[in-house]
Every structure is written in structure tokens, then in C-alpha cells.
Design a protein around this ligand. Structure first.
Ligand SMILES: [Zn+2]
Length: 254
């Protein structure tokens, strides 16, 4: 599943190719992907200039003049490609053609919302890498103190922190030395501070290491695709927690 770093890298790639370009046409190949249908926005953005693309957690918001917006989410499997407008992709569910004769293709799956007031966007917690910072140590501490859930579930709760999924929750907890089964309101002040700084650093580093045009490899992650812990050599535990695959080192994490 694309998480905050992958979605941020996609955002940057879209801006590099299409910022200040005019949207010439928009083709929806799979009708089911349109989740919020202000059909007037779908028509009105044609011929308009893409001003910029904003990111909120795992959502991308395309902003056009006159407050015209559309929001996309890649779900579990969604991918994208930027290519010549004539390119063909069997798995394309939508195509945005711009006046530089290049197009953004949404592949496999995506959710598209036309217009403002996307409900799931309004429920999102702060984005950990947003500038200016909206995710603060004080916010994390007070959110932790109110929750008795396991820390991995806490990190993946989009209403608390936007953008983290199962893979980056594991990476953040490994680097923080915390077991994923720890209870959120049981963390010490030191652990809370470590978790806070590690969350931001892990996501920022991942953004820099993720290649927009590559194969989506996350080989820079500590536990992903490994049998043993890169720090101590202990066998990595591969289990399920809250229905999601969970990796951790039983020696380094407490
Ligand atoms: Zn270890």
C-alpha cells in the first residue's frame, strides 16, 4: 500500500510534470472510482491550469483556480504513470491529459472526489511532515495518553496521525525500540519523545530514498524483506496484528 512517502514522491512527480499546465481532458475508464460526484467540477476543471498539488496524509488534492479541487487516494494497490498522452495502459482507470501532450494515468485503482468537502479528508489527524509543523510533541503526548490501543494501531489511525500504514509503523517502532504490542498510554516521556522524532525522521528519509519512477522497492527499510535483525542478528518475528502483517525484532524492541 502506498503510504505517506510514496504518495509524497508521486505528488512531487505530478507537480514536476504538470504544475502550471492546462488540463485538456479527463477520461474516467472505471466509473466506480468516482466517490463524490460534483459533476460540475469534473466539467469545470477542463481548460483550467493546475496550480499545485497538495498532500494530506495519503490523499492528493489537485488545486485549480476558483477553488476548484479534486482529490485522489490510491487505496491498497493504486499506482500511477506519467507518459505521452497516447500511451496505453490496460490497467488504467483514469487519464488526465495536459497541454504539454503528456498525461497522468491512474492505474489499477484510485478513488476520485470532485469538489471540496471530502469527508475522510476532514477527519484526518495532523501530517507528520507538513510545513509549517502541525504534528507536535505535545500533540503526540496528549494523544497517546488518551488511547489504550496497541501502539502499532495508534500509529496507523489516520484520525490521529495522517499517512502512516503497516509498513512504516513497523519501521518507526523498530527505530524507536518499541514493541508494536505496547499500549499507547503506557509510554514514558523519553519513549514518547523518541517516537516523535523517529516518526518525522523516518518518513522524511523515506521520501528522499523513494524513487518515483522505480519499482517501488523499499529495500532501505530495516526489517522489510530480511530474515534477521540488521542491528543484533536476532531472527525477525513476522506475525499479524490487527489484521496487518507486523515485523519486529524481539531483542531490540521492548
Ligand atoms: Zn535486533
Amino acid at each position: 500500500m502506498p503510504e505517506l512517502p510514496e504518495v509524497e514522491v508521486r505528488r512531487r512527480a505530478i507537480e514536476r510534470s504538470f504544475k502550471t499546465s492546462i488540463l485538456v481532458s479527463l477520461d474516467i475508464y472505471k466509473k466506480g472510482i468516482v466517490k463524490h460526484g460534483d459533476a460540475s467540477v469534473q466539467k469545470r476543471i477542463i481548460g483550467e491550469t493546475l496550480r499545485f498539488v497538495d498532500r494530506r496524509g495519503k490523499y492528493l488534492v489537485f488545486v485549480f483556480p476558483d477553488a476548484l479541487e479534486l482529490t485522489i487516494h490510491f487505496g491498497l494497490f493504486g499506482e500511477m504513470a506519467i507518459a505521452g498522452a497516447q500511451e496505453q495502459y490496460p490497467s488504467a482507470c483514469a487519464r488526465f491529459v495536459f497541454d504539454n501532450n503528456r498525461a497522468l494515468f491512474l492505474l489499477k485503482w484510485a478513488g476520485i472526489w470532485f469538489g471540496r468537502g471530502v469527508e475522510s479528508l476532514e477527519k484526518l489527524g495532523p501530517d507528520p511532515v507538513a510545513e509549517p509543523a502541525e504534528f507536535t510533541l505535545e500533540y503526540l503526548g496528549s494523544s497517546l495518553s488518551k488511547k489504550k490501543t496497541r501502539i502499532k494501531q495508534f500509529l496507523m489511525d489516520q484520525a490521529i496521525i495522517a499517512g502512516i500504514g503497516a509498513v512504516y509503523a513497523d519501521e518507526i517502532l523498530f527505530k524507536s525500540g518499541l514493541l508494536p504490542t505496547r499500549t499507547a498510554n503506557d509510554l514514558s516521556k523519553y519513549e514518547t519523545s523518541k517516537l516523535y522524532h523517529t516518526t518525522i525522521k523516518t518518513l522524511k528519509t523515506a521520501i528522499e530514498k523513494t524513487d518515483a519512477d522505480g519499482d517501488g522497492s523499499r529495500s532501505f527499510l530495516s526489517l522489510e524483506g530480511r530474515e534477521t535483525c540488521p542491528v543484533c542478528g536476532t531472527e525477525i518475528v513476522n506475525t499479524r496484528l490487527a489484521g496487518r502483517r507486523t515485523l519486529f525484532c524481539p531483542s531490540c524492541q521492548h
